[in-house]
Design a protein around this ligand. Structure first.
Ligand code: ZN
Length: 569
């Protein structure tokens, strides 16, 4: 990766999609007329460079929009690039490559996954390109609406991210009232959000049907590389989560209730782990960055060097700012020879550390995959493995928790471990809710909210909103749910990846160096292997295999007991 630039030097230039379409047509024609395998390989390389340039501009616009959410020009540029890119006839190019008499030479060199990746673009974008563009536009609109939410609270006005410390307050009234203020702000915009969701449901169903799928869930399974497994395996996974993990989590909530000294743990209490407050980062962004350098150096010197490169090139942007989009962090790739970009808007809570360490995990995977010099189609791992590098990094971070949290390090480790377990259950629940939403495109928002309430009682028995229960019954909290609006079907990947991350962490506890080496080995494989093959390559059980959750819960209970012992009395 290049070291000789700074992010601020990179200039956004609007893509000319007419010209891009012509280029792609020329490449497609070239593939059809290719006279040798070498010629085909050369055209594939040209196509990689072409696609990289398109993605580069779209990403630059997106980053700038996130850095300054009030900048209308970049918001428009991001929407323009996203819509433009989605209209490119990529599937026609893919079809030509698949049909080439020299294609067997390609799979001989790159493996069968290459075919699956190409077929994917063909299967998913045969028809309905206008609807795909529309979906991108609607999700952008959701993000914009969400970023604009301002929450009046006790005479001040907050963004969602800024309100988080108040929702975590040790004072119960503040916790409740801050959560109420947040939900009220969303209720005020209920009509806009539900209309947007309705439109998204229609558009998504249209995309699926146009491409010959029964529903958007089935469509997304293909898009998420679920080739050797699917709904049946995922169903088995959810069943295991309900059987083994849900009782464990109920126990954790009971322990939390006792720690907080409340009669009943309400939804607005759950965010607070300890009566005297959640773990607090011990310093500002500069000191967190310094602690990160030390931790990455000790985990893996190559990772330390990589991280320093990110800082030097301005690719690590986590400082707090009113201008930035709040409430989310991300990692994104600009170009293969440039550092990935990590974004967060730190708000002084423990999530600052988990968000950016998560994103560094993504960035490091990208770097290792690029260094393995595979075709660009393999830059991204198969979907259900995508979050393994990031979720694992969150847990490896436990080794450097003192640097981030000082005296609160033990609180952080315990709470974060609990959070990851809860997330697995939460994401399975979200998956079941999505299954309903995506197979019932005509469902009303009231029906969706009712279904969510029922599922919540299965995954989190006894869950109650206390005085705020009417908001939950009405489904107001769902309006905040980026998963539902922006990335349906994604969270199952999170849940599966969290399970694998915990398996990596179990190894890390036994032998850190070996675990880090296996982790790097997994990252280096990029997207060259299917999900089951990728896990097998590091001798890991797929989460949906029988016994996986049961075994994981044995480890989790042991780990929790150890972490709990160290908590301050
Ligand atoms: Zn992630």
């Amino acid at each position: 990766m290049r070291n000789d630039y700074h992010f601020s030097d990179l200039v956004y230039q609007k893509t000319d999609y007419e010209e891009a379409t012509a280029t792609l047509s020329r490449l497609t024609q070239g593939v059809k007329e290719a006279k040798s395998a070498d010629e085909l390989f050369d055209l594939l390389k040209q196509h990689e460079d072409f696609a990289e340039q398109i993605g580069y501009m779209a990403t630059l616009a997106y980053i700038h929009m996130s850095l300054d959410s009030s900048d209308q020009a970049f918001a428009e540029a991001a929407a323009y690039e996203m819509a433009g890119a989605s209209q490119l006839p990529e599937s026609v190019f893919a079809r030509a490559v698949l049909d080439s008499p020299y294609f067997p030479e390609v799979t001989k060199k790159y493996g069968e996954e290459y075919r699956l990746r190409l077929e994917k673009s063909f299967r998913l974008q045969k028809e309905g390109l206008d609807l795909i563009g529309k979906e991108a536009q609607l999700t952008n609109e959701y993000q914009r609406l969400k970023a604009m939410i301002r929450i009046p609270f006790r005479g001040e006005e907050y963004s969602e991210g800024q309100l988080l410390p108040l929702r975590e307050s040790t004072d119960r009234d503040t916790r409740r009232d801050a959560t109420k203020a947040l939900l009220t702000a969303y209720r005020d915009k209920k009509e806009e959000f539900t209309a947007l969701l309705k439109e998204l449901m229609t558009v998504r169903d249209g995309i699926a049907k146009a491409n010959g799928f029964s529903d958007y869930g089935a469509y997304k399974n293909v898009s998420y590389d679920r080739n050797d497994y699917g709904d049946a395996e995922i169903g088995r996974f959810c069943a295991q989560v309900k059987e083994y993990l849900v009782p464990l989590i109920s126990g954790l909530h009971e322990a939390q209730r006792k720690r907080l000294g409340v009669d009943r743990l309400y939804r607005y209490d759950m965010i607070l782990n300890f009566a005297d407050g959640n773990a607090q980062p011990a310093g500002d962004v500069d000191s967190l960055t310094k602690a990160s350098v030390e931790m990455y150096d000790s985990l893996n010197p190559a990772l330390g060097d990589f991280f320093r490169g990110m800082i030097k090139t301005g690719s690590f942007e986590i400082s707090p700012s009113d201008k930035k989009v709040s409430g989310m962090g991300f990692q994104t790739n600009l170009k293969r020879d440039l550092y990935p970009f990590v974004f967060n808007n730190c708000n002084g809570t423990d999530s600052d550390v988990t968000v950016f360490t998560h994103e560094i995990g993504h960035a490091w995977q990208h770097c290792l995959t690029i260094e393995a010099r595979m075709p660009a189609l393999y830059d991204q791992m198969v979907h259900d493995a995508l979050e393994i590098p990031s979720k694992t990094m969150e847990l490896f971070t436990f080794s450097g928790a003192e640097g981030f949290f000082g005296k609160d390090a033990d609180k952080f480790r315990y709470a974060h471990f609990c959070t990851m377990l809860e997330e697995i259950a939460h994401f399975c629940m979200a998956h079941e809710l999505e299954t309903f939403v995506l197979t019932h495109p005509d469902a009303s928002f009231e029906e969706i909210a009712a279904r969510e309430s029922a599922l919540a009682q299965t995954y989190f028995p006894g869950l109650h909103g206390g005085e705020l229960e009417p908001f939950y019954e009405e489904g107001i909290h769902l309006l905040r749910d980026m998963v539902l609006f922006m990335i349906p079907r994604y969270v199952m990947s999170y849940a599966l990846s969290a399970v694998c991350a915990m398996q990596f962490y179990e190894r890390f506890e036994k032998n850190p160096q070996e675990a880090v080496a296996q982790y790097d080995a997994l990252c280096k494989k990029g997207g060259s292997l299917s999900y089951p093959a990728l896990l097998a390559s590091v001798d890991m059980k797929a989460p949906y295999e029988d016994g996986c959750m049961e075994e994981l819960c044995v480890f989790a209970r042991k780990m929790l007991a150890r972490l709990e012992e160290k908590l301050p009395a």
